[in-house]
Each structure stands twice: as C-alpha cells, then as structure tokens.
Write a protein that binds this ligand. Structure first.
Ligand code: G6P
Ligand code: MG
Length: 220
C-alpha cells in the first residue's frame, strides 16, 4: 500500500450514532400515513442509503404501492422534518468514542480529512458536533448515485486529485463498504455488522490503536 494522504469518513454510525433517530422518523411517518408499524429488521436496508432510496426500500418491504414521485418526495421531506427534530439537541457529547483521537492524529500527520456521507443533513450535524475545523472537504451527495455506487467516495478522491490507493475510508454499513471497495479504496469497517468485505473490521473506533493507524497511514 502507498502512503495515505486522505481519510474519508461516513457520518451516521461512524462519527455519530443517528441510526435510531433515522429509523424512528421513518417509523412515525409509516404509522401516520400508512398505519404500518415498520419491522426493526428493516433498519439495516436503510443504512448508508439515500433518503429517497431508503423510503423506496421501506415501501417495497411494507408492500405499499406508491409511484407518484412528487408524493414520495413530499413524504420523504416530512420524514426529514421529524428526523431534524430528533437530532436537534445533538452536540459534541454525541461524537462516537475514538473519533476525536483519530481525527487529531490525522491532522497532526497532514492527512486530509473528508466526509463521504449520503446524508444531506451532514453539514448541519458536523457543525453541531463542533467538528467543522477537522474537515477539509464535505462531499455533496446531491445528484450522486446512492452507495454501493462508489460516486460519493470517488468525488472526495478526485477533489484532492489523489489516487484511490492513497486513501482510506471508514464505514458502518454494508452498502458503504461495498461503495468503498467499488472505488478501490482501503476500507475500515466499524460497528456490529458483519461487513465481510472490509479490509479491517472493528467493533468501535476506540479499538483502533494509534500504532495500527500509523502503520496503515505509512503504507507498511
Ligand atoms: C445515511 C444514513 C441513511 C440515510 C441517509 C440519508 O447514510 O445511514 O439511513 O437514509 O444518510 O440521510 P438524510 O439525512 O439525507 O435523509
Ligand atoms: Mg453510516
């Protein structure tokens, strides 16, 4: 591996835990409009997947026929209003364990830091978590294909003009790990899911010891 120049982070489930809030917002929306209580097992299909794609997956699994795109967008916006309310009090206490140590290490070692999230709420959350100063670039997911397409990660790579071999990326979702691997980037999987395609898999970022990160960054 080459020396690493850029680290790309997913947001939800890596930097902060919003999975519960995202799914709760969908649950409230489905109860209100369709009288359906979403099965918790469906949560996994929405992880790392854009708002509209998540909605479509949930509609399909709930056997709700809805193909009016205007209505889909309107209800997805309503979910976002509920979601924004649920995360309105997120602050720096909501940063996942281990994240700050890693960000500080990367900064001190001149590794660029980017955010590669499918969430349009990412800039808002990064601001509220008081992490803005760490990020050299935040990918705008608008008009990008949803993960597992590599688009979001490649956007960050091309922004800096680097080669995918000079990049590492962190993800908690299967779709996200696939997106990283589709971009030919070294993938660090985080969290409880299997993430079998990840190059390294950790339960939590607090388990990523700095000497290990150091050897990854140096390309040893
Ligand atoms: C993240 C979450 C997904 C969510 C997506 C879009 O990837 O893991 O569950 O659907 O972001 O989020 P947004 O905030 O734009 O609705
Ligand atoms: Mg995620």
């Amino acid at each position: 591996m080459k020396k690493i120049k850029l680290a790309i982070f997913d947001l939800d489930g890596v930097i902060t835990s919003t999975t519960e809030e995202h799914f709760k917002a969908w649950t409230l929306l489905f109860i209100k409009h369709f009288g359906i209580r979403l099965d918790q097992n469906l949560e996994v299909y929405t992880k790392g997947v854009s708002r509209i794609e998540s909605f479509k997956v949930l509609l399909k699994h709930s056997r709700v026929d809805l193909d009016d795109m205007k209505l889909i967008e309107c209800l997805a916006n309503e979910k976002n209003v509920i979601y924004k309310d649920l995360i309105s009090e997120f602050d720096e206490t909501k940063i996942c364990p281990g994240v700050l140590d890693i960000l500080n290490y990367l900064k001190q070692n001149n590794v660029k830091i980017a955010l590669g999230s499918a969430s349009k709420n990412a800039p808002y959350l990064i601001r509220n978590l008081k992490l803005e100063d760490y990020f050299d670039y935040i990918v705008d997911p608008t008009h990008k294909r949803s993960k597992p397409s590599p688009d979001i990660f490649l956007d960050a790579v091309y922004h800096f003009g680097y080669n995918p071999e000079e990049v590492i990326a962190f993800e908690d979702a299967e779709a996200g790990i696939k997106a990283i691997k589709n971009a030919n980037i070294f993938a660090i999987g985080v969290g409880d899911e299997d993430l079998k395609d990840a190059d390294i898999k950790l339960r939590s970022l607090k388990n990523l010891e700095i000497p290990i990160l150091e050897s990854i960054i140096r390309g040893n």
